[in-house]
Design a binder for this molecule. Structure first.
Ligand code: PLP
Length: 494
């Protein structure tokens, strides 16, 4: 199995190279050159497997340059039972009729990003040994919340890696800030910056691409890499849980092996739903992939009109991990749909960066519509949805549930459907509690609200969130954007 770039399909690299490098030189994203095919017989053989066994079965087809023992080491380390609050790792539960929830938040940071970021450090260190002379990997992250914490937790004390996370001082929730400030581990550092997420992100990109900094790192046998969802190593672990959820549906007797189902995915950067598309391409019986957005509905418009246009107002919502106007992983979908037309993708992406928009041909648009449906939920609809179900959703999941309800009404397509739940409701206690009680604001500390929500619903509070209150703060430094490079030097002793 080889990988090529969405902007230069003459390239062909191994998975180890794609993962250690992160992004292709000319700015394109690495994509698999083909999709390994899973027959119904093969899927049937996975039904009685554990999550770890299912993961090995899927990943083996993509990471063909990893030996069996390397793959065992990676997967068993990542999904070790003690790190997850469910023995099933990612259970699928029925909430009513044909409506099912795939709970992706049982990992150590209580967001779905753990599903990939628990595995990425293992994939990355093994890849670096194979493709990058065993250089020490330095992960730089600019985060608006969930990614930073999940990456810290994944890379903490992983040998041959360091991780530095920058977040906007006033741009993350209280809970998210505390999660990062109390991070343990000898190879981690966290710094708040004065400015917004874009400031943090652009400064990280500058440091990343600065040739003199890279040369200094190389002298110390270090290299930068990226832990965000443009890295193939973050996408490939996500394919696993679509197969796993399908197998669980079979195991629970909700479907027969071979029946088609729908998936609904609360979407931001388009990584999670793209993994579902890959699963479908590999033979998983899927009818529609339903892309759910919040008020930042640039993807709903694209998937219903064929025009992507980011020139619009940006809204800060109660589902912050979906507040995004440029969905990077859409580039990969466009590449596959266009039949691997790297020239076209380069053109579309340059018009996106120049004019903030692009349109696809009728042919491409029709092909996209075959696989995808889309919708969005407003803030008031999110609140209503949380209030009217017994099952306790977080705000991101509620967006998806509302979009599914609308889809069901519009199409009458009531086949078994799995909705991705991407965060524990306790990560956003205030929004969820006020929605559940039908009240406006509430003037109480987040940890008090957390216990009130637990009292109201009886739903268990994940240990890592409850523990936060008593953890000591290790990182409380705030720096200016212009000082970030210097901080990186200091921390790496360059
Ligand atoms: C990151 C995130 C999303 C969006 O996922 P993408 O892969 O970026 O589309 C949705 N919900 C939560 C809770 C997240 O952390």
């Amino acid at each position: 199995m080889n990988y090529t770039s969405t902007r230069n399909n003459a390239l062909s690299v191994s998975s180890a190279q794609a993962i250690s490098q992160g992004i292709s030189k000319e700015g394109g994203l690495f994509v698999p050159c083909e999709f390994p095919q899973f027959s119904l017989e093969k899927i049937g053989s996975m039904v009685n497997m554990t999550y770890i066994q299912r993961a090995k079965t899927v990943l083996k087809e993509f990471l063909t340059d990893f030996s069996d023992s390397e793959l065992d080491y990676c997967v068993e380390g990542a999904y070790e039972a003690s790190k997850f609050s469910s023995d099933d790792i990612a259970p699928t539960v029925n909430i009513k009729d044909n409506e099912n929830i795939l709970e992706l938040w049982h990992g150590p940071t209580c967001a779905f990003k753990d599903m990939a970021l628990q595995l990425l450090p293992y994939l990355m260190t093994v890849s670096a040994e194979k493709a990058a002379d065993g250089k020490e990997i330095v992960i730089l992250v600019a985060t608006s919340g969930d990614t930073g914490k999940a990456a810290l937790e994944g890379f903490k004390d992983v040998k041959n890696t360091r991780i530095l996370v920058f977040y906007p001082e006033d741009g993350v929730s209280k809970m998210q800030k505390l999660q990062m400030a109390t991070q343990e581990g000898e190879n981690v550092a966290v710094c708040a910056i004065k400015g917004n997420f874009d400031d943090a992100q652009s400064a990280v990109k500058e440091i990343f691409t600065d040739e003199s900094i890279k040369a200094k790192l190389a002298e110390k046998n270090m290299m930068f890499s990226s832990a965000n969802s443009i890295n193939w190593g973050r996408l490939v672990p996500q394919i696993v849980y679509y197969f796993s959820s399908y197998c669980d549906m079979v195991k629970q007797g909700r479907i027969k092996n071979g029946d088609v189902i729908n998936f609904v995915v609360p979407t931001g950067n388009f990584g999670n739903i793209l993994a579902a598309y890959y699963a479908k391409k590999m033979g998983l019986p899927v009818k529609k992939l339903i892309c759910a957005s919040n008020s930042n509905n640039v993807l709903t418009d694209f998937l219903t009109s064929g025009e992507y246009n980011k020139n619009r107002d940006f809204y800060t919502t109660t589902s912050p991990s979906m507040d995004i106007l440029i969905s990077s992983n859409l580039e990969r979908l466009l590449y596959h749909i266009s039949g691997g037309d790297d020239k076209l993708i380069s053109e579309l992406m340059s018009s996106l960066s120049k004019d903030g928009k692009y349109s696809v041909s009728d042919g491409m648009f029709n092909a996209i519509k075959e696989d995808f449906d889309a919708g969005f939920a407003s803030e008031s609809e999110v609140i209503e949805t949380i209030a009217c179900y017994d099952y306790l959703f977080d705000t991101h999941t509620a967006v998806a549930v509302k979009v599914y309800e609308d889809y069901l009404k519009r199409t009458g397509d009531d086949i078994p459907t799995v909705i991705d739940s991407t965060a524990s409701p306790y990560k956003f206690p205030k929004s969820v509690y006020t929605a559940k009680c039908g009240i406006g604001d509430i003037d109480k500390d987040e940890f008090e609200i957390l216990e009130m929500l637990n009292g109201l619903t009886g739903v268990e509070v994940p240990q890592p969130i409850r523990e936060l209150r008593s953890k000591s703060v290790r990182f409380n430094n705030v720096c200016k954007r212009s000082d970030m490079a210097e901080i990186v030097f200091k921390l790496l002793k360059l």
